[in-house]
Ligand binder design. Structure first.
Ligand SMILES: [Zn+2]
Length: 177
């Protein structure tokens, strides 16, 4: 996010040279530089044998199921965010977190850090911000997440990670050959 005024004191920011970064908005009164940084968030595919944890949140996608996601809170590591968001939204405890790469969402300036994590324990106990959460067959996930392109990318990576060999999981994909 680009700032023109200081969010702390309201003064108009000046541009200060910052070595490699070039000119950066700066408040001389508070001595703070406002770098144009994205908002980091995590997206997690929780796996239990051949099942995956899917959510329904109509404010994100009307007809698609999605993966667990949430913003990184200041003061925690992204791994902390993964444990916390899965626990808060679904009641499930996860472990063996594996980073699967990042995706950038320009329209919302969101940097999505994507993960897979293994189910450790707990029964599904959804939070109020989630409409619906269930275990689904991982082979059906790509069909059920048709609106969620980033989520589907994560599922494709998970299928590779678990050594999935079949064709069934990809039956809803548009083939370009
Ligand atoms: Zn200021």
């Amino acid at each position: 996010m680009k700032y023109n005024y200081c969010p702390l004191c309201g003064e108009k920011l000046i541009i200060k040279d910052s070595w490699d970064e070039g000119g950066v908005p700066y408040c001389p009164k508070d001595d703070v530089m406002y770098f144009d940084t994205p908002k980091p968030c995590v997206v997690v595919a929780v796996i239990k044998d051949n099942e995956i944890l899917l959510l329904k949140q109509s404010y994100i996608f009307k007809d698609s199921k999605v993966l667990v996601s949430g913003y990184v809170t200041n003061g925690e590591t992204v791994e902390d965010t993964v444990y916390r968001e899965v626990k808060e939204e679904t009641g499930i405890t996860v472990g063996e977190i594996k980073y699967l790469g990042s995706e950038y969402l320009p329209s919302k300036e969101i940097l999505m850090l994507t993960f897979m994590a293994k189910y450790i324990e707990g029964e599904i106990k959804k939070s109020d911000e989630v409409e619906w959460v269930e275990w689904g067959k991982i082979e059906d996930a790509l069909c059920e997440m048709h609106e969620d392109e980033i989520g589907k990318n994560i599922v494709r990576k998970v299928l590779k990670e678990i050594g999935y060999r079949g064709d069934k999981a990809y039956r809803c994909e548009l083939r370009s050959f």
